[in-house]
Design a protein around this ligand. Structure first.
Ligand code: FFO
Ligand code: ATP
Length: 469
């Protein structure tokens, strides 16, 4: 996202020349010239109310252009009052105006003009606008695999845009394309705008509901997922596969960024955060009253929030300790991880990833208890992760170990009629990202609460009820 912001922020100095060459004189897919007869550079010189717009064409190429209101009105054949709908200063009810040459769309954060061969949005660093551009590009590229960094590719090569225009809409392919999945450009752009507006509303609803403590953990995605499926005409397996690929790609990009951020934290500040987080947990009534817990064995090379103070307290004899502890053991590379009972830290040995974990049998040769075979439920799971948000999203290290385990444990708790364990993630301040930045799939399990050096952040209603906040 930062990369995208950077690309969309200022017009590069050379862009005026690019614009004259690449936009003014270049025929669009429908044979017209973009901003025909108007020299954008000249207008810029006169400085008459120029606004910065993001333009996305039928092939998913995007560019930032500067255009004044009258040029835009003429270009799209729209009266001034229609353009006013796009002005972020005014609050209008959601509207989609269908005019002869263009649709004017005002859907929550997404305000744009959609014509037969381009989408024009007022340039903004709003994350929903940026996400709309990314999603639209992905939807328009035939492979469906556009990456975040694709925005702004237009700076790199003027010819590439022409080359990529082969798949764009024109009347010929409108009538000759008989594929049941085919949708004209305007509909695809509108569909993505509707999805973006729904995501925005979902997030707002969730954030407000979470603040009131009425959201049940794990339910957030359902409305949006259903909506996505019903608005997506391509909801066959191939397309879902493409969508997933693209989400995993976004996750990988984000993981790299977060790893860099974590590596840059000064060790003494990190250690202060480690102490603050653990002290908050050790002093919390919900921790003190828990009898059975799952917790991770932190790995400092991975820059994970330290858990050793917690582990040693849990393993103390009663009254301060005396709790039952289960810790992860990776069984194979197919996302299989068990949580095994341990009673001494010394029992742990480093695995191939250099993370401490228990042998399947203890020093006496007895098989350790697997939490999935236990007779009693765990109260709390203390979770690691690379990044989190205040809606409960969690970005793991990509193995799917925790999501798979959590799903199995939640299924078990449901079958046994047990209370679901509280999922509490430990997070440095730098790991808490803005809502909507962490990409998720339907198998990602939401956490109930975060503990950062600033305190406990309850997210689900279970957290509000049980953490006594
Ligand atoms: N302390 C701890 N234990 C845990 C996990 C964890 O995240 N933390 N796991 C959670 O699943 C499971 C193990 N999964 C792991 C997955 C990746 C890496 C790891 O070293 N990742 C590197 C990148 C490696 C690569 O890309 O090749 C990294 O994130 O920097 C470690 C453990 C079970 N035990
Ligand atoms: N419940 C599940 N059952 C089977 N596979 C799953 C499940 N949850 C996740 N996976 C798979 O695990 C892989 C990695 O998923 P993802 O990138 O979301 O992991 P992560 O959340 O970063 O890792 P982790 O869950 O270990 O913290 C994906 O291929 C995903 O489909």
């Amino acid at each position: 996202m930062a990369d995208l912001k950077e690309r969309l922020l200022p017009l590069k100095p050379a862009s005026a020349i690019n614009l004259r060459e690449s936009v003014v004189n270049r025929p669009t897919a429908s044979g017209r010239h973009a901003f025909q007869g108007v020299d954008v550079v000249e207008v810029k010189k006169r400085g008459q109310g120029l606004k910065s717009w993001i333009r996305v064409d039928t092939s998913g190429n995007s560019q930032v252009i500067e255009v004044d209101k009258f040029t835009m009105m003429r270009r799209c054949d729209l009266p001034a009052r229609d353009l006013r709908l796009l002005d972020p200063v005014f609050v209008y009810p959601s509207t989609i105006l269908g005019r002869e040459k263009a649709n004017v769309v005002n859907l929550e954060q997404i305000r744009c003009i959609i014509t037969a061969d381009e989408v024009l949005l007022l340039n903004s660093l709003d994350k929903y606008v940026l996400q709309y551009v990314i999603d639209l590009q992905r939807r328009l590229t035939t492979t469906g695999g556009g990456e975040v960094g694709d925005v702004g590719k237009v700076w790199q090569s003027d010819h590439s845009e022409m080359n990529q225009r082969r798949g764009s809409r024109n009347f010929e392919n409108l009538y000759s394309n008989t594929s049941p999945d085919y949708l004209p450009f305007e509909f695809r752009a509108l569909e993505v705008a509707l999805e973006a507006a729904c995501t925005f509303l979902d997030t707002q609803w969730y954030t407000r509901a979470a603040a009131k403590g009425v959201v049940i953990s794990g339910q957030l995605w359902q409305p949006n997922r259903l909506l996505r499926m019903s608005t997506n005409c391509n909801n066959d397996n191939t397309n879902n596969h493409d969508d997933l690929d693209s989400i995993f790609k976004q996750k990988r990009i984000l993981r790299t960024q977060v790893r860099k951020t974590l590596k840059a934290i000064d060790p003494s500040l990190r250690s202060q955060q480690d102490n603050a987080i653990q002290d908050i947990i050790l002093g919390a009534p919900w921790f003190k009253s828990s009898l059975r817990l799952c917790a991770y064995i932190s790995c400092s090379a991975l820059r994970e929030v330290d858990t050793f103070k917690l582990l040693s307290q849990i393993l103390q004899p009663p009254p301060s300790g005396g709790k039952k502890l289960y810790v992860p053991r990776v069984e194979d590379k197919n996302s299989n991880m068990r949580m095994l009972n341990v009673s001494r830290i010394d029992d742990l040995v480093a695995n191939s990833m250099n993370i401490l974990e228990p042998d399947p049998v203890d020093a006496d040769g007895n098989a350790r208890e697997d939490v999935l075979q236990a007779n009693e439920p765990v109260d709390i799971l203390l979770l690691p992760g690379l990044a989190f948000d205040k809606s409960g999203r969690r970005l793991g290290r990509g193995g799917g170990y925790y999501d798979t385990f959590l799903k199995n444990y939640q299924d078990l708790a449901e079958t046994q009629n047990w209370k679901q364990p509280l999922l509490v993630a430990l997070s440095y301040s730098q790991q808490i990202l803005d809502d909507g930045v962490i990409p998720v799939t339907s198998t990602d399990v939401l956490v109930d609460a975060l503990v950062s050096p600033e305190g406990v952040i309850p997210i689900s209603s279970a957290a509000f009820n049980r953490m006594d906040i």
